[in-house]
Design a protein around this ligand. Structure first.
Ligand SMILES: [Cu+2]
Length: 273
């Protein structure tokens, strides 16, 4: 075998195997990096003001359910032939009919939903505008949990509006767990086994969630607005792997400029057909 493997003269950043809890010669995880700049220590407190667990997964349609008259369910066809949609906290995001930033009053409140407020009977593909309200100035912790677990697929989540500290990342330390899910991540957190490293964590605006693993991120919600948080694969955006962090209230925003262009829904409601 001598000479078969190349010598390691460089590191892989964020290896797909997500072994991040020990030093290794070939790779380094983002959570192992140290921030060379000044860190906002106020974000790295033991108890954040808001804690949000966001499991994400795919839902596989039975193809016959996609061809019912007067319905239009979005889907992605993957090489295996499966028809998928995406769920974050059991919700598939759809865009609102107008931009929330400039026309929040034009959007019926029933368009919006979140894990605590799902529309009644929204079905297994639960399509609505996923939005989580966050008070202005809150210290926020988000735990992303990969329930997709497609081999060698890591979802790069990107946040608009503010950067975040990556304080934890990896797979379950419980080796008997073959597949992580929300319940297990909550259990790990309760038992103090969802480790967070507060010593100069790196600041990022995108993070690849390790396959079959989790990411713990922190940020200070000091930038008011409606900020999209989404997987950056375009073909996952179109099937709903997104949500909005609504930081503050409309009163925290500057007024909409006079004669600012407006828009509305270009798809008539199903009842028009
Ligand atoms: Cu994705």
């Amino acid at each position: 075998m001598h000479g078969f493997f190349p010598s390691f003269n460089s590191y892989i950043l964020n290896p797909l195997d997500a072994i991040c809890d020990r030093k290794r010669p070939d790779a380094v995880c983002v959570s192992n990096l140290k921030n060379a700049k000044r860190v906002d220590k106020g974000v790295l407190v033991e108890r954040p003001d808001v804690k949000i667990f966001l499991p994400f997964r795919f839902y596989v349609y039975e193809p016959k359910t996609l061809f019912i008259p007067n319905t239009y369910n979005r889907f992605l066809v993957v090489p295996s032939g499966d028809h998928l949609t995406s769920l974050v906290d059991e919700i598939s995001y759809i865009s609102p009919p107008a931009p929330p930033l400039s026309q929040i009053d034009d959007i019926p409140p029933e368009y919006f939903c979140n894990g605590d407020n799902r529309p009644p009977n929204c079905g297994p593909n639960c399509e609505c505008t996923h939005m989580v309200d966050i008070p202005l100035g809150a210290i926020v912790e988000v735990v992303l949990v990969d329930e997709v677990q497609q081999v060698n697929l890591s979802h790069p989540f990107h946040l608009h509006g503010t950067a975040f500290y990556v304080v934890g990342l990896g797979r379950s330390p419980d080796k008997s767990i073959k597949k992580i899910n929300l319940k297990h991540a909550l259990e790990l957190d309760r038992m103090g086994m969802l480790e967070r490293d507060f010593s100069n964590p790196p600041l990022k605006d995108t993070i690849a969630v390790p396959n079959n693993g989790y990411v713990v991120m922190r940020f200070r919600a000091d930038n008011p607005g409606y900020w999209l948080f989404h997987c950056h694969f375009l073909f996952h955006i179109v099937i709903g792997m997104n949500l909005i962090f609504h930081i503050g209230t409309p009163a925290d925003l500057p007024p909409v400029p006079p004669r600012f262009p407006t828009c509305g829904d270009h798809v008539p409601p199903v009842t028009w057909f």
